[in-house]
Design a protein around this ligand. Sequence first.
Ligand code: BGC
Length: 696
Amino acid sequence: MTHEALLALLHDLSLEEKVGQLCQIDMSSFLADSGSPTGPMAQYHLTREQIISVGSLICGGNADAEEFAKVHETIRQESKHGIPPLIMSDVIHGMRTIFPIPLATACAFDEDMVEESASVAAREAAASGIHVTFAPMADVARDPRWGRCMESAGEAPALCGAMAAATVRGFRGSSLKDDAAVATCCKHFAGYGLVEAGREYAPVDVSRTELYNTYFPPFRQALDAGCDMIMPAFTPIDRIPAVANRWLLKTLLRDTWQWKGSVISDWGATCELINHHMAADLKEASLLAFEAGLDMDMMSFAFIGQLKALVEEGAISMEALDQAVLRILMLKNNLGLFEKPAKQESRSVQQAVCHDPAHREAARRAALKSCVLLRNEHHLLPLKAGCKVALCGDHAKSHALLGAWSAAGDTAETPSLYDVFEGAGCVQLCAAEEADVILYATGEVQDETGECASKAYPMLTPAQRDELIRLKHMGKPVVMVLFCGRPMVLGDVVDSCDALLNAWFPGSEGAEAIRMLLMGEENPSGHLSMTMPRSLGQVPIHHDQLSSGRPFNPQAAGFDTRYRDESNDPLYPFGFGLSYTTFQIDEIQSDDELTEASPAHVVVRVSNTGERSGSTVVQLYAHMRHVRQMAPLRTLIDWQRVSLEPGESVAIEFTLELSQLTMYDAEGQALIPQGVCDLSAGESAAAPWNAQILVK
Ligand code: BGC
């Protein structure tokens, strides 16, 4: 449809139809098998007309292309203009084929892989009738108590931004009109990861300087990559919940960033303004949110019942309403929905696409790169083929390896560790007493992670810990395979295992990937996307902590920044990950100077000094010595994955731009960096400084 035709459509819509376009209700209660409206009419006192004219429907993992086609047909027949609803769903790390959780895929430091994963997810979601995914989550996560760490790319803004952008590219493909394309909605704008004490839905108190430097950049990258929608967080900025925060949604997003996409609330967030005591009722809540810049109301039943009266009374202008509606119509038009409401309508095609073996292959490749080998004493791993292995622990036979937000993922199609070891016959499975090696598979239950899964004790349970210690006392080498949706606080329990593979929730092909890594058929190459704390008291802990006026000085026991009873160091630093080979990073050479006009080149030599081929992630960190604000002691700037044969050595080059070193003040103004910048190229955030550059 041309833009003129879209405008003509808009102007032909009644007030009720326009309001409808700004509402999202639940698909499952909308339709019975026949495709006629049911549930909410009784439940929420909505009229048939209201339901038929909704702008969007949210669905869970049970998406069904044929059912959705009936919905489109009902709407086409029964409503005056037959505008297809946007069908939206949380396709976070796969649709039917489930990839490792985003916190895990970030450990691959591989944008191409994340883009490929998202494009597989898009193919399956589009074939299932979904138009828009509520992804990527661009929140920076630094507190393992927060269950939603699993949906984030972790603690580093640069990594979160790169992964969010790759996700957007993967879902959208080259054109939203393509049959395999899905539009994106980045979330939760912004600072949600800062919930007080890691407690879900708790308040957030964050400075604007911190927002500009840490929490906004990943969203900027997602939007710059073409993200279509944005979802304000449940949490506040300056005590105003994001959904009603005019500064955030209008001043910043529209006026400063000039962003043209549409804003959808989080589930029920508009009506939560009542719980925040900011609005007396749904009408006031709707007005506050709409005036602040909200376009579409998800599952609050606020806009759907209130906007009409607000427009009729003049509290909301028709012009403002039209702008919001136009943004929604434009997205539908970009998706080609006016010509073809569903990208495909056949259940059997949906099933075939969702079971494409190439998708499982992609999920396996992603899992192979996402697991992080954290410990490997005396080269216990890889296991020797044919050795006697006792596979035990609460996750040994578990199929629940998908993690939270696993859409249509099916644990029945997810082999357990036991299944794959038994199937491959690569080792002799036996009882612990007879074993050469004990494989202890343990960790979190997948439902203990994700939304509303905050934990005061993000660690092994006492029973899991006792079992590990008991196994260790058997005097045999113990390999722990840890399943989790956040960095677990392991403390000294880590000493009870000889090797530790952090597998996160690795998805549909996770067990096979783990088996291949343990057997050395593949070499681990994941590097932590979040720091692993030594103890809970260190939380939140991350590699880019700001300077202290009293820096830690190991030689002095004075009044410097430290704990009385704990080291400042994490158990494993950000970016850390072992391989079955070793790498050396040296000969760092950089240009002497960096200016806005001429980026600097940093050349690093990486050598495989071991006896196996393998991959590592060379990470570039920077520290500006002089800035007119407190600055991080180090910040991840860039990275490259490098694969090398034994004895092979390559020079890799980073191009360092001034923008990568730029910091922002409380007004969002750039503080142009000047002076000496220390650089570190290494395999984790603990690598030493090894170059300097003068920024002019
Ligand atoms: C979550 C969002 C999600 C939405 C829709 C909310 O509770 O915070 O991340 O997209 O539900 O399922």
